[in-house]
Ligand binder design. Structure first.
Ligand code: FRU
Length: 484
């Protein structure tokens, strides 16, 4: 099916009940639906939005085009959770239904004020000449799930920015509210702009300046910037589209990167002593990660396991994209660690010593213990010939490689089918989460992460050991209640 502009921006009310039924029927045939990851009920899921704590619950929205696997007219779909592992879709949506967001409710963040959750997002508007107007706008969600939009632009497009200016993140730093917005300046360089809420009023923002984080200025657009604080140190997560590979090598079409600063100087709009830019994830999919500081200070993040401008095998079943697991972010010895929240262990239904396996439900966790100076290779999603997702841990050479070239249907081949990164040669723990068409690999409890999708054939459910003798535990995972 051809996704014309007309079709992608068709008003929601113009989709017929028959068309919706067809989409639902098609999705029901998909062999790749996840069991314990968030994915869209229908259509395309992209960025996590509005990740927050409100009314005693964790809230996150997924951005969604509900009518198929395409980037069209976007809305936000709400999810709630008590434990950051089990999510319930509550169906409340930020719809693209006003003159300030008529062509999409684009990305943004959330923060509780009094008894409402303030949603700060980009209203994407196209005028009659299809010229884009990005409005940074707001809405208030009440405890009953009702949304009331604020009928004014909260942050205007700055004179020095092109129409690529979006994804406001509100954050609290020492009792004062700030926001950052990602953009592109008139020289076509990506940058991040910092604002302050005057008298802590979220409808009144003053400009503090361009955030200084030693921007190498090789990216043409900064999408989805997030500034969080861990042990008082600022950490900036962002998606520098077009980043030069001379600055830092990466394989995916667009990277998700981060920098750790020493401290944050709001007067100078500066992150002091920023670290070199680093890759957040070494896998095939991880983008638009949204992070926030919970009221108790902990930092949580969730990523879109998908990428813009990539076609996926699941598209023909009218679904695309999932969330990662929620990861807690910590700093240890100056390094960023990302690891699923403790409640993920509640999914462990059945434990067995790790061995090769002919068949699994492709819904499990492996915890492997690998001794220093050894080499191991395992194949997940393996068929009877041992073909699948190959993961090689070479603790002699200090390298880990994930190769999906034999794992089911291939896609995004222009960006290669294997990924690797360096590894310490010491004893290593590896936790791998498998969910039907998703893998998330955490090395040394989150020191390095590889996330990605594979679209296995029906017979690709086994586990093979092709090198070494990895020991550990296999846990079957059971989500219990999947409601989305
Ligand atoms: C990132 C992004 C954001 C934007 C949204 C639109 O994936 O391009 O910059 O707000 O997606 O869907």
């Amino acid at each position: 099916m051809a996704w014309t502009t007309e079709k992608r921006y068709r008003r929601y009310e113009d989709w017929t009940a028959e068309e919706l039924q067809q989409i639902n029927d098609n999705i029901a045939k998909s062999p790749w639906r996840a069991t314990y990851h968030v994915e869209p009920k229908t259509g395309l899921l992209n960025d996590p939005n509005g990740f927050s704590y409100f009314d005693g619950k964790w809230i996150v929205f997924y951005q969604n085009f509900p009518f198929g696997a395409a980037h069209g007219l976007k809305c936000w779909v709400q999810l709630e959770s008590d434990d950051l592992v089990h999510f319930t879709e509550t169906g409340v949506r930020v719809l693209p239904d006003t003159k300030l967001d008529s062509h999409g409710a684009y990305s943004g963040s959330a923060m509780q004020f009094d008894d409402k959750l303030f949603l700060f997002y980009t209203g994407n508007v196209r005028d009659e000449n299809w010229v884009r107007h990005p409005y940074q706008i707001g809405a208030l969600l009440d405890k009953e799930g009702k949304i009331e939009k604020i009928d004014k632009v909260l942050i205007e497009q700055p004179a020095e920015a092109t129409d690529h200016f979006r994804d406001p993140q509100i954050f609290n730093y020492k009792g004062q509210f700030y926001a950052i917005v990602g953009g592109q300046n008139l020289d076509k360089q990506g940058y991040v702009k910092l604002y302050k809420a005057v008298d802590n009023d979220y409808t009144n923002w003053e400009t503090l300046g361009d955030l200084d984080f030693d921007n190498d200025k090789t990216a043409y657009m900064m999408e989805c910037p997030n500034l969080i604080f861990i042990n008082d140190q600022p950490v900036l997560l962002y998606c520098p589209q077009g980043l030069s590979k001379d600055v830092l090598d990466y394989d995916n079409i667009y990277p998700n990167m981060y920098k750790i600063g020493q401290s944050f100087d709001t007067k100078q709009a500066k992150m002091l002593n920023p670290s070199p830019i680093q890759n957040l994830d070494y896998g095939f999919e991880c983008y638009a990660t949204q992070a926030f500081n919970a009221p108790d200070g902990r930092a949580f993040a969730v990523s879109w396991l998908g990428l813009p401008d990539v076609e996926y095998p699941s598209d023909r079943f009218d679904h695309q994209g999932t969330f990662s697991l929620v990861k807690e972010l910590t700093l240890k010895d100056g390094k960023l660690y990302q690891y699923p929240v403790a409640a993920i262990k509640d999914l462990r239904a059945d434990a067995q010593p790790f061995t090769a396996l002919d068949k699994s439900k492709n819904s499990y966790e492996l915890e492997l213990n690998l001794a220093a100076d050894t080499e191991h290779e395992i194949v997940l999603f393996a068929d009877k010939d041992g073909k699948g997702l190959t993961i090689n841990f070479d603790l002699k050479a200090g390298q880990v490689t994930v190769d999906r070239s034999q794992a089911g249907e291939q896609y995004a081949l222009d960006f290669g089918s294997s990924r690797s990164t360096s590894l310490d040669t010491k004893d290593t723990t590896v936790n791998i989460f498998i969910d039907k068409s998703i893998f998330e690999i955490f090395i040394n409890k989150g020191e390095k992460v590889f996330s990605g999708r594979v679209f296995p054939g029906e017979d690709q459910t086994g586990i093979a050991i092709t090198k070494g003798n990895p020991t550990g535990t296999y846990y079957e995972l059971d989500y219990g209640r999947k409601t989305n």
